[in-house]
Design a protein around this ligand. Structure first.
Ligand code: NDP
Length: 389
């Protein structure tokens, strides 16, 4: 029988919800590339309910316990004596979400003598030391595409919020004010601006498609050029590198993975080549940008705004400099954890567990590491010797 250790974020401070703002969430069968949404044999949760926090348990308890397996769920993941460290040595499976990552370092993987499978409930397994997973023959899987559109929507929201100066204007309304000039002195139309994405994969391309109707000029850079018909359809301008692209853009969005090519990419030098008053949105990984250089660029006016939801480390400390920098629209790491997305990645997590427990193959598109090597989606997107975030 397997022991499954699941690390989830804390319940709402007001207690686990008993009612929700909406009665349902749309059911998505297929993603834009044709891949089917998760198809578990069963599901013991209501789509649209909170599943990603401790009491939600990703809807897994009835399923696992009915088969005689053990499920341990905790949010306590850091520091000496954390529940995660205590429970890890005899766990067979570890599950966590990138929003509240259980950092599976080389040391922890070495200490986890029974560990055979690490599941990312969501997308992005850079919190797992993939070299160590490969060396110890730990399989790594994630629920590819489950929250890509959720993130793309957050990017579009952030761009509009920054360019339109929405957050300060909302604050003025809440606080009883009515000074229109205070609201509009930093407010512009997105129409006609040049918007570029670093990375045009699942999220980057979804952002481009969603922005096209805003009558903006679209740019991208990627390791591989998109098919010519997509470039034509969306009117895309391709650039060989981020350095080539950013001087042309009013808005830049980062949608590439963290790996040696992208770590620290947006440093003081690259930021200094951006147009004065450009906006930068990063929902990919925090360490793709230089933390202090971003703050300085906002203070100097090089950047007119910065938004995103990824920080380093996570959770971010209370004194993280991004919490108090000017003109930011940061949130905690939430873009991929809407209730809609949770229903998909909880179902995908169950699908992965069903396959693994029954000795059946896990979908190739969910695999990052298998059989002691990068596999499936991991073989395409990841490189070993990566840094974790
Ligand atoms: P994809 O793999 O579909 O797309 C990433 C794209 O970036 C690929 O086309 C890739 O090219 C390209 N790329 C890689 N390196 C570079 C580079 N140096 N310069 C330009 N482009 C590059 O991933 P997703 O779109 O699904 O996700 C992107 C990232 O977003 C994830 O890696 C993750 O870090 C983050 N994410 C954040 C979430 C959140 O909640 N905030 C949720 C989900 C993901 P190629 O394929 O040729 O390697």
């Amino acid at each position: 029988m397997a022991k499954v250790l699941c690390v989830l974020y804390d319940d709402p401070t007001g207690g686990f919800p008993t009612t929700y703002a909406r009665d349902d969430v749309p059911h998505i069968d297929r993603y834009p590339d044709g891949q089917s949404a998760p198809t578990p044999l069963g599901a013991d949760f209501t789509p649209g309910h909170l599943l990603g926090s401790v009491s939600g348990e990703l809807g897994l308890r009835a399923f696992l316990e009915s088969r005689g397996h053990t499920l341990v769920v905790t949010s306590d993941k850091e520091g000496d004596g954390s529940v995660f460290d205590r429970e890890l040595p005899d766990s067979d499976v570890v599950i966590s979400q990138p929003f509240w990552p259980a950092y599976l370092t080389a040391e922890r993987i070495a200490a986890a003598r029974n560990l055979k499978l690490a599941i990312t409930a969501g997308i992005g397994s850079d919190h797992v030391d993939l070299d160590a997973a490969i060396a110890h023959d730990v399989a790594v899987a994630e629920v590819t595409f489950s929250n890509s559109i959720s993130v793309a929507e957050h990017v579009v929201m952030s761009i509009l919020a920054l360019v339109r100066n929405y957050l300060p204007s909302h604050r003025i309304a809440r606080e009883g004010g009515w000074n229109i000039a205070d609201c509009v002195e930093r407010s512009y139309d997105l129409e006609g601006m040049h918007v570029g994405t670093v990375g045009a994969g699942r999220i980057g391309q979804a952002v481009l498609r969603r922005l096209a109707p805003f009558d903006v000029k679209l740019h991208y850079t990627d390791r591989h050029r998109l098919p010519a018909d997509i470039e034509t359809q969306l009117g895309l301008v391709f650039h060989e590198s981020a350095a080539d692209m950013v001087p042309h853009c009013d808005v830049v969005t980062v949608n590439a993975p963290l790996h040696p090519e992208t770590e620290g990419l947006f440093d003081a030098d690259l930021l200094s080549t951006m147009k004065r008053g450009a906006y930068l949105i990063n929902t990919a990984r925090a360490r793709i940008v230089d933390r202090d250089a971003v703050r300085q660029a906002l203070e100097s006016g090089r950047l007119a705004g910065y938004a995103g939801d990824v920080w380093y480390p996570q959770p971010a400390p209370a004194d993280h400099p991004w919490r108090t920098m000017p003109h930011h629209g940061m949130t905690p790491h939430i873009s991929g954890s809407t209730l809609s997305a949770q229903a998909r990645y909880a179902a995908g997590t169950r699908e992965i567990l069903e396959a693994w427990l029954d000795g059946k193959p896990i979908r190739d598109e969910y695999l990052i590491v298998s059989g002691g090597a990068l596999a499936g989606a991991g073989a395409h997107s990841y490189a070993v010797n990566e840094k974790t975030d």
